[in-house]
Ligand binder design. Sequence first.
Ligand code: 3VV
Length: 212
Amino acid sequence: MEDLELRRKAVAELGRELRSLMETVARTETPTEDLQELAGEVQRLEARFTGRRRERSEIPGVDVFPFGLRMYSPATGHGSAFAPPLEIEETEDGLVGRCALGVAHEGPPGYAHGGMSAMLLDELMGWACAAKGLPAMTIALDVRYQRPVPVEMPLLLRARVTGIEGRKITVSGSVVPEDDPQTILVAAEGRFVAPDLDRARSLFPGAKGYQN
Ligand SMILES: CCCCCCCC/C=C\CCCCCCCC(=O)SCCNC(=O)CCNC(=O)[C@H](O)C(C)(C)COP(=O)(O)OP(=O)(O)OC[C@H]1O[C@@H](n2cnc3c(N)ncnc32)[C@H](O)[C@@H]1OP(=O)(O)O
């Protein structure tokens, strides 16, 4: 079997380069004829991905589902060009994520798109459920944007499970500047439900752990 760690490293390396390319594209004022030529080059590059393409619900071989890694997650995936990516650490008071957003994640000029903050919190809050042994899906997310989130600013994101009632979980979350953690930029409250086994089997046919 191929070395999984080696493959994860390669996936992350490709993700880093694609992320950097996305940021360059979002910032470039390069002449129009260069853009046209570059689009052709990117198309030729894409044609070089000749290996097998995963089925829609197939879990990537580099992942650990549902408790571990999602390498192409648009929030935490080191293989995703779109992800900042969010780095997660477990603490006594829940999960803490670290990242900085780029111009590619902009909403208002110089500030993060609100959907990015919502997505990052949603994912971190989801992982907070998984950290309690209840991998769960979001059923409601209330996001309060208290201050704009500057791009290129190191951020801390927090997620803490505040209640568990059977399969229903409530989680709170926030985004703060790393160097000024008292200032809440975004606050969120979420409700999650851990699907029961039958539901999980039908929702995730590609997850081998649930099938047999
Ligand atoms: C065992 C393994 C499970 C694996 C799951 C792994 C996933 C996580 C993987 C990796 C972690 C990484 C973290 C990622 C985080 C990202 C988060 C997202 O982006 S999630 C995508 C967006 N969310 C959706 O698409 C959900 C759509 N909703 C549904 O599909 C269903 O609502 C579902 C499966 C969540 C629940 O359905 P039911 O059939 O299992 O549950 P019922 O028995 O109907 O309800 C249980 C209780 O929850 C309430 N409930 C269920 N759904 C509700 C809803 N939509 N609104 C309000 N209440 C709801 C019900 O009223 C019920 O409450 P009463 O026990 O009667 O008090």
